[in-house]
Design a protein around this ligand. Structure first.
Ligand code: PMP
Length: 310
């Protein structure tokens, strides 16, 4: 996907033109992956643009920074306000939002402590992550030969840039083999997650999803889908899943802020149908993010509906 550039990016407290939002090549983050980030979406709703579960995304950003001893020089409220300000400044009606906290330019020893903590927020329009027809028709995926990090190597709970080198191996292996995405097992052989999505299975009417101990990112979409599933009366079980469960499931889907709810058409060439429970939860999810149906004010941070160009 080429960038659909927007006008300004928030960097360390001020808005700078998109092309000037640069870092020095000797910044710690460039060499050692020292960055925690998040991915958030703002949706067009009938009552104006609304950021979906902003507080939860910011909380996860702070949690990741805490694990890596990165003290963000702003409060949660300030980061939330800066995200809303960046959307407003770019007059976005619907967009993807990428807040980043990273170790900047000071010294290049592995020890990160001397380096400053830089914060940036960018927004841009971003459509269907796994391809145009993905949400409708589903995608074909493979189980990756790459495993997720063991819990005592890189903590999967932190959305750290370094973890995405592992995600890239998973994603590239899938791509060169003709699949839309890869599913990684954890270090112990249990199903973990996709390179950028969590996973749910449906079997005999009940939903299953791997637990947080399976080296997964605690996905906010995962939590949203779980909440909705329980509300509409489904049984949801968080338990270890093995590879063959994926083949024998009635339905499997992936979910994430970028991917939303994407049905799987096949796993390792074992055919799966796009089933009714996936479709129901996909519709419920899209209603929730667009502010339709059941009212969930706690999930939306609204922006005033004027001066938007997209
Ligand atoms: N797992 C990984 C590895 C991810 O990158 C993402 C996307 N952030 C997810 C799961 C889904 O998380 P969320 O629903 O919060 O976007």
């Amino acid at each position: 996907m080429a960038f659909a550039k927007t006008e300004t990016i928030w960097m360390n407290g001020r808005l700078v033109p998109w092309d000037q939002a640069t870092v020095h090549v000797l910044s710690h983050v460039v060499h050692y992956g020292s960055c925690i980030f998040d991915g958030v979406r703002c949706y067009k709703t009938e009552r104006g643009p609304a950021v979906f579960r902003l507080r939860d995304h910011v909380e996860r950003l702070f949690d990741g920074c805490r694990i890596y001893r990165m003290e963000i020089p702003y409060t949660r409220d300030q980061v939330e306000a800066a995200i809303l300000e960046t959307i407003r400044a770019n007059r976005m009606e619907a967009c993807y939002i990428r807040p980043l906290v990273f170790r900047g330019y000071e010294s290049l020893g592995v020890d990160p402590f001397p380096c400053p903590i830089d914060v940036a927020i960018a927004v841009w329009p971003w459509g269907a992550y796994l391809g145009k027809d993905a949400n409708e028709k589903g995608v074909d995926v493979m189980v990756s030969s790459w495993r997720r990090e063991a819990p005592d190597t890189l903590p999967a709970m932190a959305k750290a840039s370094a973890n995405y080198m592992n995600s890239q191996l998973i994603r590239m292996e899938a791509a060169v083999n003709g699949y839309a995405e890869g599913i990684a097992l954890d270090a112990y052989g249990y199903v973990s997650e996709g390179s950028g999505e969590n996973i749910f299975l449906v079997k005999r009417g009940a939903l299953y999803t791997p637990p947080l101990t399976a080296s997964i990112l605690p996905g906010i979409t995962r939590d949203t889908v779980a909440t909705i599933a329980r509300e509409v009366g489904h049984t949801l079980v968080e338990e270890r899943v093995i590879r063959s469960d994926l083949y024998l499931a009635d339905e499997v889907f992936m979910c994430g802020t970028a991917a939303e709810v994407t049905p799987l058409r096949s796993v390792d060439d074992h055919e799966l149908g796009v089933g009714p429970i996936t479709r129901e939860l996909q519709n419920e999810y899209l209603d929730a993010v667009h502010g339709r149906g059941r009212s969930r004010p706690e999930w939306h941070d609204r922006l005033p509906a004027h001066t938007y160009r997209r």
